[in-house]
Every structure is written in structure tokens, then in C-alpha cells.
Write a protein that binds this ligand. Sequence first.
Ligand code: FES
Ligand SMILES: [Fe+2]
Length: 416
Amino acid sequence: MGKAFRHYWLPVMLSSELPEADGKPFPVEVCGERIVVFRDSNGTIGALDEFCRHRGASLLLGRVENCGIRCIYHGWKFAVDGTILETPNVNESHFKDRFKARSYPIQDVGGLVWIYLGDPASAPPLPNWAFMKVPERNRLPVVAIVNCNYVQLMEGVVDSSHLSILHTVGLKATDAVDLDFARKTNHMQFDAAPILEAEETDFGFHYVALRHNDRGAEPVTEARVAAYVSPCFVLNPNGDIFFSFTPINDERVLFIHVWWDAEKPYGEEPLRSQQLSFVGLDQETLAEFGMTRETSAMPERARRENNFMQDRDAMARGHFTGLPGFVQEDAAVSMSGGTIRNRSKEMLSHADVAIIRLYRSLLKSAKLVANGEEPVAVHSDVSKIAGACGILKPDEEWRDLVPDHRPVKKQDALVR
Ligand code: FES
Ligand SMILES: [Fe+2]
């Protein structure tokens, strides 16, 4: 998958985390590559190999000045594209013209900063996600760090059956709050075993959770469709979150949420703070649990050794998990099996049909790349891929909710 990931543009940080011109360089690790991101005097963003092309000192210590970044060890200076501008400790004036530093294509679009790790000459166009088109005030991007392999966290968002169990407290709280998210997920607390179907598409797969609701006068079927877009992106059934599970390395993942809506100003107060604190993505809760850039490596934050700071007293008083929010519940269960969990012993069931489909898509990409081909969805038009939810009319099937998705073939349909 390391090779496969080098075919895609990957979001690695928030636009708001970008340094100002000649400001402090920013460290990025993605797929195990250590990169320094900086903005030169003209405002141009650059992404270079973190370690100096001379003898490997970190450019995070560097000086960003006069249209380049200068290593403080021997003063070699690099432009945003990797051109070597100065080598003050070398007498020969043409020495620096013979080579370059490794630079990575980088773009700031949709509130996120995207990097391409592969050969720049073969970089595809940046995907045109729907959230990129709305104004900044209608978008709420946020990052969190989780100390486990990216697949472990990603499988949680294509796992509808854990929602009404792991997140039981949060779902009950949806009774009391007036957030769109709450309204659209509230009913799930009444049905822990939805009917699930998953289907391969040209971009990865989509899957549906069908819940029959006979609490009203007319029994109805509610359908919630999520889309997985290779290699690490998911669109939620409410149609208002883009998730990315960008691998930092094999044992750490950058968990990106972008809430977005054509009308609602998710990026502005009070909606912004309400939304973040409802799911546990406010900076205070993230920092306490060890999910921010500053805290994720701190030993006193949530980890296996302290049982993820689970509050057993709260559990005795009736809280189901003893964990502070949706996101911390997901993070704790994802990390608890080990940073790279042993998958040879798992017992997949009818409830895991989307997980199986996820594994197959990842394996397909890995095999394609091993055969010298392009992995899944590198050139997909992602603009019309969507999550969706709704009440199905008697003559309607759930695929009608996502008419722009193209199934590869109908299989994996698993109806109990
Ligand atoms: S190591 Fe950077 S200039 Fe020598
Ligand atoms: Fe979850």
C-alpha cells in the first residue's frame, strides 16, 4: 500500500496550519516520509525532504529568508522547488547546479494542504471533491492524530453496526441537541442490527445500512449510504462530512474531518464550536486525550498502558464506555487492538460486509501496483460521489439515492 499511496494526492495538514511568508517551517510526516513545509518570501508554499541535501540536518531548524530555506548547519539554501540557491561552504560555484533537493508537489485547496509523494511528472490532477467548491465559511476542517494503523481507524466509519452500541451515550444525547448531525443519527439508537449491503464501484465501494422503522403509523425503511473512495477517504451518509485517514506512518494516522454544507456556515460560530464539542473534536478534549499534534506522543495521554483513561466510575454510574466523546470512543477501540492489530484471528460476520469490501479494495490496489498498474480511483471524478440518506418509497431502492455511482458488479449483497 505504500507504493499505492504514492499515486494519490493526500491531505496532510489544514490550510490554517500553513506558516506565513518566511515563518517557522512546519513538519509533515506522511507515509513515513518526513517533509518540511514552508512559505517563502513571495508567499509560495514549498515541501522539501526534511533532511538537508548536504549532510542531513533537519531543515525544521532552518531559516526561511530571501526566497528560500537555509540549513543552519553549513548554510545551504533551497528554493521551494528544490533548486539549490547557495552552498556557502563550497568554493566551486557550479557545484550547486548539478543536483537538487527532493521537492514534493503541494497545493492548498478546500481548507486542506495536499501533497503528492510520487513522481511529480506523473501526478494526476488534484481531485475535485464537492466540499472544495463551497465558500470557506461553509466548511469546517479539523485534524486529529490517532496512534494506530490507518486501516484500523478507517474501518470504523464503514461499520454502521457499532454506532448504536459504542456511541450509545452520544446517540442518546442527540435527543437533546439541535444539530443536523444529531437529528440525522438520532433514530439509530433504536436499531443495533441494520441490514447491510456493500457493492464495489469504480471509485472503491459504497454500502448501505437499512433500518426498518415501525414506530410511526406507517412502517418505513431508512437507508444510509456511505462511500469509500480509494485509498483512504470516506463520505458519510449525512452527506456533510469528508473523512481522510492519511497514514502518517504504519502506526499513526492523521484523522481529518471536513464538515461542509452549501447553506450552513459550519466554519463560523456558534455552529463551529457546537459541532466540534458534540463529537469530541474540540481542541481541549483532543489535547486531554492526546489527539493533537502537540500531545499525541505524550505518555500521560490516552494509551493502552493507562487503559485509554477510561472512567470506570462513570461506567458504574451508567455511562456505557467511560470515554469522553464519539471520536475518543472510535480512537480508543481502534488503538486497543494494538497499533497494527493481528487480523489473522478476526471473525468477520454479516455485520462486517463493508469491512470485507474495504479489505478487498485495498488488496486490489496493492495487487494492481505490484503488477505495475495504477491503483483504484487515481483518476476518478470524485465531484459527484456522495453519501446519502433517506426514507425509501415502496418502489425505490437504495441505489436511487446515489444515481451517479457506478457499480462495478453487483455482489456482496448480504440480506438477512
Ligand atoms: S547539513 Fe545542511 S548545509 Fe550541511
Ligand atoms: Fe464510531
